[in-house]
Write a protein that binds this ligand. Structure first.
Ligand code: SAH
Length: 388
């Protein structure tokens, strides 16, 4: 099938933009998994790829060579190139979990592959890319040694509890990140227990911000920021998350690393509820971690980043020691970095102080990005302190 670009976007696609965006194209029938040739408004070949509806768009350009077939060899080449770019990780014994292939950042939009020790996790983001599954798995088997493969069909929101190839991992599966042990489960739910994209930030918390600090970790999930803070010398941690699972899973991460959990607080509670109690009780923290989901709905609270972030910062400032640090993070791709930073500065100002930006983090190098594609550049992290 041929798909024609609207004239105004010829240049964009000529420059290698890989995502099919409805408004930028002439009409075409949406057929999941179908291979297309992308043509300029004047009918010149620009690239070929597959149709697949996902959150980002309607399909991906995979190759700009007209004669290159999208077959097993093609996928093998893409995989090999991705592995080559992560040699550093394969040789690093202290970090055994990382992203091996990051969708469009590795020329294969719609699929991510994460390595967790000897096990791999495939995330399929559209029905369209799922149609190439057999070919891609065959290619993978030929060049990667593994014990087991787990898969999640993100487009349906479902996952396989058992591995689809090889054998099941021990429960829990323990991986290493900068020498720290992390328990993961690749078959339980859509999340594994760790967000690999925050690796550099966890390390920084441990090495730079935790020593002797009283730490509040909100939206704590499996408590990893608390764990890294404790290993970095934190004097006390409070971890707050609404989900029941976060209690046992945080205990598990602590005990795996020899930390006495009885001295730490792990609370299953809405963060705003906790803020209210803590302000009343006069609690003080030297490091407050804010890493909420983009959107969360529970029984009686809906959390939306753009609406609720200022409130998170305001509440945090009430609990922050004079030289304390706030880590403000968001993974919402539609929230531009500059706007997020401005929101932080503005909220500090409204509370009568100035935000001093200490440092900022983006996605780590294994989460390769396509320049100019905002959707693949979602992570924004700022360490901020206040001055008068
Ligand atoms: N910061 C974590 C990841 C957070 S994932 C890490 O680095 O590992 C988002 C978490 O926010 C989920 O565990 C979810 O249960 C929790 N959550 C969502 N809304 C919440 C709320 N209102 N109060 C507390 N936790 C909430």
């Amino acid at each position: 099938m041929e798909i024609f670009v609207n004239k105004a976007y010829d240049k964009k696609y000529e420059e290698g933009f890989p995502l099919l965006i409805k408004e930028w194209l002439a009409d075409f029938p949406m057929k999941e998994g179908e291979i297309f040739h992308l043509m300029s408004s004047k009918g010149r070949f620009l690239g070929k790829g597959y149709l697949g509806r996902q959150n980002k768009g309607l399909g991906w350009v995979l190759s700009r060579k007209e004669s290159e077939p999208l077959d097993e060899t093609f996928f093998m080449n893409r995989l090999a190139a991705a592995m080559n770019k992560r040699k550093r990780f394969f040789y690093d014994d202290a970090t055994t979990a990382f992203r091996l292939l990051n969708g469009e950042g590795d020329g294969l939009g719609g699929l991510t592959i994460d390595r967790y020790g000897d096990y791999y996790l495939f995330n399929w983001y559209s029905e369209g890319i799922w149609r190439f599954r057999e070919m891609i798995l065959e290619a993978f088997k030929k060049i990667v040694l593994f014990e087991g493969i787990y898969e999640k069909r993100r487009f349906e929101g479902d996952f396989m509890e058992e591995p689809t190839l090889g054998r099941a991992h021990p429960k829990p599966l323990t991986v290493l990140e900068n020498g720290v042990k992390i328990a993961v489960d690749l078959g339980e739910g859509l999340m594994t227990g760790v967000f690999l994209d925050q690796r550099e930030v966890r390390r920084r918390v441990m090495e730079q911000y935790a020593d002797e600090a009283r730490v509040l970790n909100t939206f704590s999930y499996t408590g990893l920021f608390s764990l890294f803070a404790l290993l970095g010398g934190a004097s006390h941690t409070v971890s707050v998350d609404l989900a029941n699972r976060s209690y046992p899973r945080t205990l598990e991460q602590f005990s795996l690393n020899g930390i006495d959990a009885s001295r730490e607080e792990i609370l299953v509670e809405d963060v705003f509820n906790y803020f209210r109690r803590a302000v009343k009780a006069g609690e003080v923290f030297d490091l407050i971690l804010l890493d909420p989901p983009s959107y969360a709905k529970s029984k009686d609270v809906t959390f939306k980043v753009q609406k609720d972030y200022p409130r998170l910062i305001r509440e945090s400032l009430k609990l922050l020691s004079p030289s304390g640090v706030i880590l403000a993070s968001t993974n919402q791709s539609s929230y531009p970095r500059e706007s997020f930073q401005r929101m932080i500065e503005k909220t500090f100002q409204e509370e009568g102080c100035r935000a001093d930006l200490l440092e900022a983090f983006e996605l780590p190098e294994d989460f390769r990005r396509v320049p100019g594609l905002m959707e693949s550049d979602y992570l924004k992290v700022f360490f901020v302190t206040r001055s008068r």
